[in-house]
Design a protein around this ligand. Structure first.
Ligand code: HEM
Length: 353
């Protein structure tokens, strides 16, 4: 989320339900074909002349790479299933700011405040786990597997291990050498309206379908009170709580989020009752005006995103959502990647070599 613009209390008009484009007839078959599509589509956003990403990138240099990542991730999630959410969010925050180059993992230095210390990244988690996985990879294949690829693989495995879809991840990203807190304005805004979200995604080469599909990541994880308190209490410029939030649900949320300024420590599940399982119940909450964040609620304000939410909420299109999520994750994972001789392969993910 970027610096929040002023909140408005305008009651939204409900747009008419639009028919979605026909859903793919053979979602599972298309998921299998994603492997081929990956090879054609990734790298499109890389600099001209750079190499493309490749599903088999480490097959010779580090054949055990994917297995190491998966085993370590699985072991960690067995103890703490909620880490899946953290890993998925880390990859998203990496890709939207300066491309998928692991810049989100770099520490600040005396002369530079890095992304991880910027306001929207204050609640990112999972850094230690990523470091542990990277250490294992360094032991098996020194200076070979980039931190940016580790993030992409761990996000995929986190989703799959939470009973979501799996997909082939094209690899070969290299790590950036810079990270700046100031760049975090590239993250989509939490407050504003749906058009600002659409624009923020478009700026990264992602379309409105990617927006509603990737928002489905909020089937995992929790949000801190500070992220939604302004929906529960009258605030500056706002004489009521957010009318887009179901009133009874708001009552329940106020019991966890007791301070109007968001300073209480409470967290709430983004997908209540199912926040460690990757499924479509997030969309059922959004459809009932129980999306926790403003950005979740905004999905009902746009013809296409509203239609997608209602379709996914029906529970009859879980396979379609899984397929769509894999496709959109693949697109997100190729934003602004460094390849070839760009960047470096960091030895430690939190510092440049
Ligand atoms: C559409 C724009 C988005 C906005 C404005 C947004 C904003 C947020 C906010 C404010 C939180 C709660 C942070 C906290 O209070 O600790 C959050 C959590 C989360 N977000 Fe998003 N998000 C967006 C899209 C995405 C996307 C595209 C993904 C992944 C593909 C994602 C994955 C997650 C996950 C998994 C969590 C839970 C994290 C945890 O439990 O540690 N979000 N998001």
């Amino acid at each position: 989320m970027a610096a929040p613009p002023a909140t408005t209390c305008r009651r939204r008009r409900t747009p008419p339900l639009a028919a979605l484009p026909p859903a793919p007839a053979a979602a599972l078959l298309r998921l299998a074909l994603l492997a081929a599509a990956v090879l054609c589509t990734t790298g499109a956003s890389a600099a001209a002349g750079a190499q493309q990403l490749d599903v088999g990138y480490y097959s010779k240099a580090c054949p055990a790479a994917e297995e190491i990542v998966r085993n370590e991730t699985a072991a960690a999630l067995r103890d703490s299933p909620d880490l899946a959410a953290a890993l998925l969010r880390l990859h998203y925050h990496d890709c939207f700011v300066q491309g998928c180059d692991a810049s989100v993992l770099l520490d600040s230095t005396p002369n530079n405040t890095a992304e991880k210390d910027a306001m929207p990244n204050g609640s990112l988690r999972g850094f230690d786990l990523v470091a542990r996985v990277k250490d294992q990879l360094e032991t098996a294949c020194p200076a070979t597997v980039s931190c940016a690829d580790v993030l992409a693989l761990m996000a995929r495995d986190a989703v799959a291990l939470s009973r979501g879809p799996s997909w082939p991840v094209a690899l070969g990203r290299r790590d950036g050498r810079t990270s700046s807190a100031a760049s975090c304005g590239e993250l989509p805004p939490l407050r504003g309206d749906v058009n600002l979200l659409v624009q923020a995604f478009a700026a990264k080469g992602l379309d409105v379908k990617d927006l509603v599909v990737l928002s489905g990541a909020h089937t995992l994880g929790k949000a801190h009170c500070a992220s939604y308190a302004d929906r529960l209490y009258p605030s500056a410029g706002c004489s009521t709580a957010d009318p887009a939030l179901d009133a009874r649900y708001a009552d329940r949320l106020r019991m966890r989020c007791t301070m109007a300024d968001g300073s209480s420590n409470g967290t709430s599940e983004l997908d209540p009752g199912s926040c460690v399982t990757f499924d479509t119940s997030y969309y059922r909450h959004v459809a009932r005006r129980r999306g926790l964040l403003r950005s979740d609620a905004y999905l009902l304000d746009h013809r296409f995103t509203r239609a997608y939410v209602l379709q996914a909420a029906s529970g009859r299109y879980d396979g379609h959502f899984f397929h769509d999520f894999a496709v959109s994750m693949d697109k997100m994972a190729s934003i602004g990647v460094l390849t070839g001789d760009q960047g470096e392969i960091r030895t430690k993910c939190n510092v440049v070599n």
